[in-house]
Design a protein around this ligand. Structure first.
Ligand code: IMP
Length: 428
């Protein structure tokens, strides 16, 4: 079973690192297939904590080949900043391969991201400001700059000219900013070309050969189902395909090579940025969850919005992604509650919805219909088998499993790497 996809079920930050750690030394390749440096995972190297935003987590494991696929948007300044920071700590990053077809985030994408958000005022999306949306917009609009363009100066110049033609009008006339010079962008991009060259490859071919050879390839999704540009809470989404289908288009392997689809879901819900969130808490229980769960953004440091577990969202994600296994994370954070509310359906202006409403206005108005499950007070972080969990915690997990429509194969019970209960192996 060599092709394993990892996707977020909710609005991101579910703790995908637990699953990648668990696959650990059985992984031969880790592929990032969507997003850019809007993601964030904290990694621990020796005594040091380090936040990676762009590089796939596999970069830290000596036996793993990390790949940045064609579906990713790459900010070269961030790429080299992260690579140099890892090299300074003695890590070998030479195995990294980057798709020649990946698109590049330039200075004008970052600028446009920020000014557009400001311009939107109350309607703003709450982006990470990293230029993600504008870079993907250029890709779809066919005026993007790809990694391979850096190796042909003429083509690069033509493409940058084409991209800046309209943007400079927009920047100057609408946003009252200065125009960006073609030379400034071309020189900046060319300054990375020679360092980038050895990393650039036909990664679709590499991955296909790896799968043919029986290697274990992990496709690591950035963001999550409810932030997917097609299936999320549009327009309050990111601009890429964060669902399992994106693993195929964003890496260039056929969908039939994806054998296991692992959905990562938190035992409660969080969201960064704007948009609907039916189970959101605004009271002291929300404060309690936020501080207990350390719910602050890795990329922006923003406090995350928090709420109870939303079962229709997991059912939806299971269906959209074809999830075969769930990894339930941060169960330990709920320890100490007398009872644990779970959203089982929605009320929309007096009408009951058992599934996520297709109509965004309905989802905006949805209030959760809650069921209450008995809590537990014992410390569960030392449990390594399901039977070692208090009965109430077992019942909570079994109830979520039953409502989600797929098995919960792994349960995270604490921040430590090994603080997991494995009920079903993710590889066999
Ligand atoms: P963008 O990806 O910067 O365009 O932001 C679009 C939306 O996705 C915003 O609401 C962000 O907060 C959210 N977002 C992007 N990346 C992440 C992530 O890694 N975790 C959680 N939310 C994210």
């Amino acid at each position: 079973m060599p092709g394993i996809v990892i996707v977020g079920v909710q609005w991101g930050d579910e703790g995908k690192g637990k699953a990648t750690d668990l696959l650990g030394d059985r992984t031969d390749w880790v592929v990032k297939f969507n997003g850019g440096n809007n993601a964030g995972h904290t990694v621990v190297i020796g005594d040091e904590k380090y936040a990676l935003h762009l590089l796939p987590s596999g970069i830290l494991s000596p036996g793993v080949n990390p790949v940045i696929g064609n579906g990713v948007v790459v900010d070269l300044e961030v790429l080299f900043y992260e690579l140099e920071a890892l090299a300074a700590r003695g890590l070998d990053t030479s195995r990294l391969r980057i798709s020649a077809n990946a698109h590049i985030i330039t200075q004008y994408h970052r600028t446009l991201d920020k000014v557009t958000e400001r311009f939107l005022g109350k309607r703003q999306i709450g982006t990470t400001g990293r230029g993600i949306g504008p870079a993907y917009a250029d890709k779809i609009n066919r005026v993007g700059i790809r990694v391979q363009d850096l190796f042909d100066e003429n083509i690069l110049r033509q493409k940058v000219e084409g991209a800046l033609d309209q943007k400079n009008h927009l920047l100057v006339k609408v946003f009252n900013r200065r125009a960006i010079a073609v030379d400034e962008i071309v020189d900046d991009l060319l300054s990375y070309a020679e360092r980038l060259r050895p990393m650039v490859a036909d990664t679709a071919l590499l991955l296909s050969e790896a799968l043919d050879a029986g290697d274990v390839v992990v496709f690591e999704g950035g963001q999550a189902t409810m932030l997917d540009v097609d299936h999320g809470t549009y327009p309050f989404v990111t601009s890429s395909s964060a669902t399992a289908g994106g693993a195929a288009t964003g890496s260039g392997v056929g969908p039939n090579r994806l054998d296991r689809i692992v959905g990562i879901v938190k035992a409660y819900t969080t969201r960064v940025g704007s948009g609907p969130f039916p189970t959101e808490l605004f009271d002291e229980q929300g404060e309690w969850l936020r501080s207990r769960g350390f719910e602050f953004g890795t990329t922006t440091g923003r406090p995350r919005r928090v709420g109870w577990y939303d079962a229709p969202i997991t059912r939806y994600a299971t269906r959209i992604n074809g999830i075969t296994d769930l990894v339930l994370t941060k169960l330990d954070i709920l320890t100490g509650l007398d009872e644990i509310p779970v959203c089982v359906a929605y009320d929309v202006d007096g009408e009951r919805f058992d599934e996520v409403p297709v109509n965004q206005s309905d989802f905006h108005h949805a209030t959760p219909i809650l069921e209450y499950f008995p809590g537990w007070s014992e410390d569960i972080s030392g449990a390594r088998t399901f039977d070692e969990l208090p009965l109430e915690a077992q019942d909570y997990v079994l109830a979520l499993e039953q409502m989600s429509g797929t098995r919960i194969s792994v349960i995270g019970v604490g921040p430590a790497r090994d603080a997991v209960i494995v009920r079903h192996d993710l590889v066999d």
